[in-house]
Design a protein around this ligand. Sequence first.
Ligand code: SME
Length: 160
Amino acid sequence: MRDLSDVGKDLGGYELLAAQLEALLSGERDFIANASQFSAFIFHELPDLNWAGFYLCKDEELVLGPFQGKVACVRIPFGRGVCGAAAQTRETQRVEDVHAFAGHIACDSASNSELVIPLVKNDQLIGVLDLDSPSLGRFSPDDQRGIERLAEIFLAASDC
Ligand code: SME
């Protein structure tokens, strides 16, 4: 039987983060408000990040949305860089070394690894969630699963 001290240890603490995020977003369905809260939550709760935020689909390209971190490039065509690859393939891109990724867009020279999760609701691509880290190989497969779960919670809690 699990006792309370085990809560949050699964997925390296992502279960606890999932419960905290559900509580944070409950009672509000505005997409931009929840995206802003979510980017701040991730940026401050997950260690070793230098950027966390959104690029949203507009007119066949990705446009910068709510984020935390240094100023970033504003528009990214589908298929360009890590974010564009996630948008085009609708598959999470977990990049251990961004310098080895063909076409990587260097917004912040401090970034060395990156995780980009496509946001799909009702078969529609809404945008991508982009996390950058100054450490090489920052994002493990467990991080990917845990953060994909957080992105699902955000999408379910928000009107698009
Ligand atoms: N590095 C990203 C661009 C966005 S910034 O990291 C915020 C990419 O190659 O898609």
